[in-house]
Structures are given as structure tokens and as C-alpha cells.
Write a protein that binds this ligand. Sequence first.
Ligand code: SAM
Ligand code: SF4
Length: 329
Amino acid sequence: MQPLVDSWGREIKSVRVSVTDKCNFRCRYCMPAEGLEWLGREELLTFEELARVVHVLASMGVDEVRLTGGEPLARRELPKLVSLLAGIEGVADLSLTTNGVLLDRFAGPLVEAGLRRLNVSLDSLSHVRFAEITRRDALDRVLAGLEVAEGYSELRPIKVNCVAIRGFTEEEVPALAELARRKPYVVRFIEFMPLDADERWDGDDVLTGAEIRALIEERWPLVEIPAKASSTARRFRFADGAGEVGFVSPVSEPFCSSCDRIRLTADGQLRTCLFSRREWDLKTPLREGATDGDLAELIRWAIRHKELKHKINDPGFVRASRSMSQIGG
Ligand code: SAM
Ligand code: SF4
């Protein structure tokens, strides 16, 4: 089949698949304390439906699939989905983004099902500050989950993602950099984006990748590692060879011109940008008997409308139609 290319010449190679909008954390930069109104069970795509969409995407050249949410491990049968997706021809890279709180239990079954890459979110190594940011006292569980995951050598790289927020993250940087030096984890700092359900985000809250890099280099010099053109992260190794850190800087250094990603929400809506105001319904045609060819045409049409860039830094920026946990980060 013809590759998936948008109107700006970017080839789509990667899909983030949200399996649920539910979560057992309440991170301040993502969800309100009281949670959100969750989707009904019948609104969620089944694993078979998700696999069908991924199969159609893979036939059009999408080779990277990342499972996310909400908290993807809140869907307890997740290893079944991993096994379905791992068996799809063309899916070369299958990964999972999780808050890690159930990872001690799930790492083994996930690896067995075919998972090969893992991203764990972790914003602080202090119990008090972890609880402050996630509104859950679960640091030990997350660290235990990481330990168990680390025991599976098939699961590499393990990335630890930290949302960088001014006034909070500066204090966390030394311990997180030290974690990257001490453990086989690539620690990545991701700039805070206006996708929090509370709508509190302000441009001044963004602690930039460059600022964090400077903080790390006060103690440990870094050397840049060349990255793929479509990579969202700038990668650096410690000059003394003791590990790697990365910076994902969508606000201060947007990478839209090389964006090769789309997203599928848990209720079967295709999104061509995190900041889209428009979604493309795949669930209805899926449930009304659309053929693979019909779905491919619909997807191709949506991709033709992929946004040129996000407009976070433009005057009059309008927030996305849903928040991060509802889209799938
Ligand atoms: N619950 C899982 C987790 O936290 O890893 C997966 C879903 S979560 C929405 C995916 C990623 O989005 C996490 O790394 C999280 O830190 C990040 N995220 C959430 N809200 C964000 C925001 N407002 N700006 C930047 N990143 C955000
Ligand atoms: Fe849940 Fe992930 Fe959002 Fe935190 S960032 S509230 S863990 S979905």
C-alpha cells in the first residue's frame, strides 16, 4: 500500500494508542484531584478493534506503536493486547508508557507477550514531593516496578520521563541525573505543555530543556548523541561515560517539522496532533462493518489534514479539545 504522507510531505511512521482514559494517579500537570468523567466500557475500543486499526496502519508503513493512556495497566488484560500487536506484520517497535505503579506485577507478563521497550513516568525521587505532584504516595511501588522491569534484559531501553515544571523540577534534577548515571535508565525531561485538565498551564511554568541541561552540566559535562531526524528528544551522554539523559522540548524547541506521529484515543478517535481541535471517528465505521480498505481511506483523508505545527507559542493559542490523559500522551 502507498505510504502515509501528509500534506506537508511528512511520512507517518508512529502511532500512540491510548487503551484507557482512566488513571490511578492524579498528576497535577495532567488531571484534576477528583479525576475526570471516565468513558463508558462500551465506548472503549476492544483489543480486537485496536489491533485491527494497528494492522491497517502497519499496512501503510506505520512501524512504531506506543501504548499509553490514562494508565494503560489499569486495563488488566493488557498483555493480551501486547501479544496481539506484537504479532502484526510491520510492527517493528512496540513500547508502553506507564506510571509504573503496577509494573512489578506486569513486567514479566508484558515481556512474555512481546513488549520490548518501556517508558516510566517519574517526577521526583523524594517521597513527599512525589506525593505532592502525583497526589499518590506510591514512589516505592514505582521504584520497585522499575527494579523488576530492569531484571528483564529484553526490555531496553528503559526510559524514565519527568515533566519539567519551573519551581518544582529544578530541585529534582540532581537526583534524577544521578539515577541516569547509576541505573540503566535513560532519564528524559519533558517540557510541561498546556494539556492539563485544570487549565492552569502558563508559559512561565515551562522549565526548558536548555535550563535543565545547564543545571546538570554544573556538575557533570554532557556530550550530544546524534539522533534520528524524527526523534522528539535531544540525547546526551555523560562525558565520563556513565549513562544518558534526554530533553524533549516541544515548547522551547518545537519539532513539528519532522513529526511522524498520530494518536488513537481510547474511544477510537484518530488525532493528527496533540493539540488538534478536530478528531476523526474510526470507532463508528469499525463497528458498522467498514473494510480495511475503507478504514485506510479514512485514515489517509485524516492524515491529509494533519496540522503543520502546534501553536503553543503563537498569540491566541487555543487549547486542544481534550486533556492529556484523555488523548493519550
Ligand atoms: N499514565 C501513563 C504515564 O503517566 O506514564 C501514561 C499516560 S501519560 C498522559 C503520558 C505522558 O504524558 C507521561 O510521561 C506524563 O508525564 C506526560 N504528561 C502528562 N501531562 C503532561 C503535560 N501537561 N505536559 C507534558 N507532559 C505531560
Ligand atoms: Fe495518570 Fe499519567 Fe496523567 Fe499522571 S500523567 S495522571 S499517571 S495519565
